[in-house]
Design a protein around this ligand. Sequence first.
Ligand SMILES: [Zn+2]
Length: 553
Amino acid sequence: MTSTLIFAQAPKPKLIVQITVDQLRGDLPDKFMNNMGDGGFRYLKKQGVWYKNANYDYSNTETVVGHTTLATGANPSIHGMVSNVWYDRDKKRLVYNIEDKRYHILSENADIDDTTEVDASQALAGTDGRSPANILVSTFSDELSLFTNAKSKIFGVSVKDRGAVTLAGHNGKAFWFSKTSGEFISSSFYYKKYPKWVEKFNTQKLTERYSNKPWTLMYDKSKYMFGDSDDNAWEEDYAGYGRVFPHKYGNKNSKYFNHFLTFSPAGDELTLDFAKAIMKEEKLGQGEHTDYLAISFSSTDYVGHIFGPSSLEAEDNILRLDKTLASLFKYIDKKVGLENTLIVLSADHGAPEAPGYLATLGIEAKWIAPLKWNKKPSLKRLEKKFGVGQELIEAFFPPYIYLNHKVIAKKGLDLATVQKAVAKEIMDINGIALTVTSTELRNNTLPNTYLYNAALRNFNAKRSGDILILFEPHCFANDMDGGAVMASNHGGPWRYDTFVPVIFAGGQLKAKQVFTPIRPNDIAPTLSAIVNAKAPSGSSGQILTHIVDTFHK
Ligand SMILES: [Zn+2]
């Protein structure tokens, strides 16, 4: 008689679905849960482990920065995505984070139209080519790929290119939405030509179902927390989209049609359609190895910027996002089984309230125009001191000022001295909390405070500027004339921008709410541990053992 040792098989997930909701602040799902159904956020709450005290701890809480931290477990100082846009000293221009002229867009007539593009950072790109080459470390998806010798299937999809490219990593496939063509597109980094199913998907022209239709409220106005405040002066009327319901998408051939879709729940619904197509056509979760699908939903971010997170639009958007999530979870259950899937949901950054809205509650908030600092008298004082005027500044894109190192060297000036003087002039502007120079950060001679540490975690010597500007809480950068161009803007080190949900569900996980502080950086090494792969190369996250343990019983 032989005794057989029966080892419990580690119930490795067949599929990992990583969801990012752009600009979903940590408290927002609970705030609106009363009107939510059962299958979306409520499923996550009833079946998932919800970390309710997760914060980013670097200073520049922008989209590509957060997505890359979610993908890599690293801080921007290490992964290199310090900002949506930075100044490239070799190219002598501002560059967009994932631009890469070696890898062109695979579709024709899908290039960004600079005359209509609402995304200021994308409009700055010098090319429509895209790749993950600027991400300096490995992603979880890279490590999964290395662990299985590329036998795991890896995909990323989002309305925003940077929402898909970051999480798909260096060996996955990324797709994003072209506001020019209304199609989901990719670049030659990923494919020589599209798989047949992608072409078939795009010939369906799913955007047309919204043609000549408006975005209307899902329920009667009386059901909403913000039902009696649809029209607010601080909301933006972008290109005639309007400040009140119904928001008309216009005709499918009109100039802003595809843009308006992304400023509404329609953008997420289209992303969901494409995500389902990936799962079906690429047979995710059906093979021997764990597959990975990253989905970044962008509508919450656009709606937040245009109307603010406390608006009727934002409220209806999150209720519809809840339906979109419910539909996704149902589809996953049908195709792979939720018990065989690990879902993780988080956000790339939080959301500040619109200054106009805060004012109605007696909370002071303001827009300031930091670009104005380089007008007199500040610059005059610098000119007097160093004998150099405007040419001292090579570029300025918040949060960084880039000095002209050549001019400084030519004049025989000391870079650190000039940096310090410029930083001091800007520090005097009302609404600035702190300015830090790259020399101080490089030498790490700064006091051990929350703000300095946040600045340090955002500092990459090659990409960060000479001077980092941090704004006071509820004070926002506006590069125009001090008047608002949008309802609200994120990007700072304060809790409303750093606070995001981190939720794991599926597999054998059981409902739990955890208030122990964690960072979104913890997600990537945790996923690595679940599949037994090594952590991404720059990860500083901690493994969330409560999650990992259920997969290694
Ligand atoms: Zn974002």
